[in-house]
Ligand binder design. Structure first.
Ligand code: IMP
Ligand code: MG
Length: 332
């Protein structure tokens, strides 16, 4: 049973939630651990017409037998987490690492004013200021937070023990590689590294533990907030192509551009990606909608997939053809 890491390829909102929910429902991980920044992420999962928007819990919540954990590197907003735990009725299978740092009201306030709001265009969820306090070592941690007392545990130990027992462990990244504080488009980035190595570090497993790194790309690019976006389309062109999307956390209209092969290649390099998951192929090629077999795709869609494999140098293992977890071509 493998250890699998899923990360965002570019600017976030690639559809990680969809890919993770498919993997969780089909391959039943023992444990899913959330890495990444915190509730600035919004992952959308659709199963049986039911839409779930997750900002704290792992998207593998859709598979009822999976234990759900939050790695020490992640920032926890206790109110958002508790709401998701109760909405998904996952009280009995949720564990928060005792060392997770806590987002407080003052962090949210600081994230909604001044330079973070005006220049960077952050999500306003308090993650940057909370990470800043964490670095200054003045922040509060999960084991001191009363509301979380029933959920506190040692996530790195439990994850490493599960791997020792050859259990299937899924590590869920957030944001996208080009929003990494180190490797992204600084200063228009999030407040941490979010590449595959960082996700492992968030959880507390070493690099030799990982078997597969799935990098998720959407069939076109979107970006919310400020920062460069090569080939950016104007609004009318975006609408004409049907690529308009709204941020799931912020509600902001996302900027859009065509797929960028060079950026994708660099992302595979930074993550040592072993597989690509390509989402929303049906938005670019509508006749792909709902397809579950590669051979059923129209020729131009297959050409696009093969062009990506050739130019980026990595196999496309999953292809999203609709919003539901089941709308997928699984080539693994
Ligand atoms: P912050 O992470 O809220 O500090 O925002 C920094 C930048 O990253 C802004 O451009 C945000 O729009 C972007 N960002 C952060 N999280 C996400 C995400 O989950 N999806 C898309 N963009 C994100
Ligand atoms: Mg999102």
């Amino acid at each position: 049973m493998p250890c699998l890491v899923v990360v965002g390829g570019v600017f976030g909102d690639e559809g990680k939630g969809k890919i993770i929910s498919h993997i969780a429902l089909r391959y039943h991980p023992e444990i899913a651990v959330r890495g990444g920044v915190g509730p600035n992420a919004g992952h959308t999962v659709v199963t049986n017409d039911k839409i779930l928007k997750l900002r704290m819990l792992p998207c593998a919540v859709v598979n009822k037998s999976t234990r759900l954990m939050i790695g020490a590197g992640v920032l926890v907003d206790p109110r958002i987490l508790m709401k998701e735990v109760s909405e998904t009725n996952s009280q009995d299978r949720t564990t928060v690492d005792r060392n997770c740092a806590i987002i407080e009201e003052k962090h949210v306030e600081a994230d909604r004013t001044g330079h973070l709001k005006e220049k960077i265009g952050t999500t306003g969820t308090g993650t940057g200021p909370a990470n800043s306090d964490r670095v200054l070592r003045v922040g509060k941690i999960a084991q001191d937070e009363q509301i979380l007392r029933d959920y506190i545990g040692d996530v790195s130990l439990e994850t490493n023990e599960a791997l020792d027992q050859k259990k299937f462990v899924l590590l869920e990244g957030t944001q996208g590689t080009m929003l990494s504080l180190y490797h992204g488009t600084y200063p228009y980035v999030t407040s941490k590294d979010v590449s595959a190595s960082a996700i492992c570090s968030d959880v507390g497993i070493g690099p030799k533990r990982v078997d597969e790194v799935i990098v998720v790309f959407k069939a076109y690019l979107t970006r919310v907030g400020a920062g460069p976006l090569d080939g950016e389309l104007d609004l009318s062109e975006t609408m004409q192509r049907g690529w308009q999307e709204f941020g799931s956390v912020t509600g902001r209209l996302r900027r859009a551009a065509p797929f960028d092969y060079e950026l994708a290649k660099r992302s595979i390099m930074l993550n040592s990606g072993t597989q690509i998951a390509l989402t929303k192929l049906d938005t670019v090629f509508p006749s792909c909608a709902g397809a579950k077999e590669y051979s059923k795709l129209p020729l131009e869609a297959r050409h696009f997939v093969e062009e990506i494999e050739g130019r980026v140098g990595c196999p496309v293992s999953y292809i999203g053809t609709g919003a539901e977890a089941e709308d997928i071509i699984d080539r693994t």
